[in-house]
Design a protein around this ligand. Structure first.
Ligand SMILES: [Zn+2]
Ligand SMILES: [Zn+2]
Length: 257
């Protein structure tokens, strides 16, 4: 059993939408786009680890806030990400100019404890078997396959453009949380910016089925809320073409698998 709770399902923050942030069983967070505003002090203290997919601001924005909170809680939060993201955080945010360097402070027990992950190398994190897999975005980006103790597997793609065959070969999730940011008419921009449209998602799901022999359950994230209604119309065509149901993630959504 695994409970997936979506705290942020979109690519921008407004009163009704939060940036991407997914919480597993209240203890493991993937990305920090909408973490602190949605969790009480106790809930934040109960977090065991945070996995970051890439350095874009909509995915890491609450890391400085969380660093301050854990500093005040006098506790440390385990952060898992690539060296690239770690260096971006140290250079641009936790640089003692914009905000304190909670990755190195306080010296005896830094408030954020960095753990390096590498694509293709499985790690046990907060009791889950986590497999980081590279996806296709404008900066190096990792999707995470997360397996519970009873063997349930999900894959969280993060931001990605098309061309995921290599990724599909490495994973076997029951559920895919994948992005669909743009409308079909913006396909050129999707290639350029490393994102998916409904039509591009359809192609990726077709290659998933070809490679794996099945289709996982699909939940969409990272929608642009300004065009979400139109994305829904385009996704309904994908549902028909593939004879499957595709769910849209939303803030506060809970899924049990
Ligand atoms: Zn991004
Ligand atoms: Zn993003």
């Amino acid at each position: 059993m695994m409970e997936i709770r979506i705290l942020g399902a979109h690519n921008i923050e407004t009163k009704n939408t939060g940036c991407v942030c997914i919480l597993i069983d209240d203890i493991l967070a993937v990305d920090a786009g909408a973490l602190t505003a949605n969790l009480s002090i106790i809930q934040q203290q109960n977090l065991k680890a945070i996995l970051l997919t890439h350095q874009h601001y909509d995915h890491i924005r609450d890391i400085p806030a969380l660093g301050m909170n854990f500093f005040l809680f006098e506790k440390a939060i385990e952060l898992y990400t690539t060296r690239t993201v770690y260096e971006a955080l140290l250079t641009h945010l936790l640089n003692d100019s914009l905000y304190p360097n909670f990755i190195e402070k306080p010296q005896e027990k830094p408030s954020i404890h960095f753990n390096m992950i590498e694509p293709g190398r499985t790690a046990i994190i907060a009791g889950y078997e986590v497999l980081p897999v590279s996806v296709n975005h404008t900066v190096p980006t990792i999707g995470y396959q997360i397996a519970s103790r009873d063997g349930k597997k999900i894959f969280i793609s993060s931001d990605t453009g098309p061309g995921l065959d290599d990724c599909w070969k490495q994973i076997s999730p029951e559920m895919l949380l994948i992005e669909t940011t743009l409308l079909n008419k913006n396909e050129d921009f999707a290639h350029e910016s490393g994102h998916l449209t409904a039509a591009l998602l359809q192609q990726e799901l077709i290659s998933f089925r070809k490679i794996k022999g099945y289709l996982p359950k699909v939940v969409l994230t990272h929608m642009n809320p300004l065009v979400e209604k139109d994305i829904k119309a385009e996704i309904s065509k994908v549902e028909k073409a593939l004879n499957m149901k595709i769910r849209f993630g939303y803030e506060g959504m809970r899924i049990n698998i």
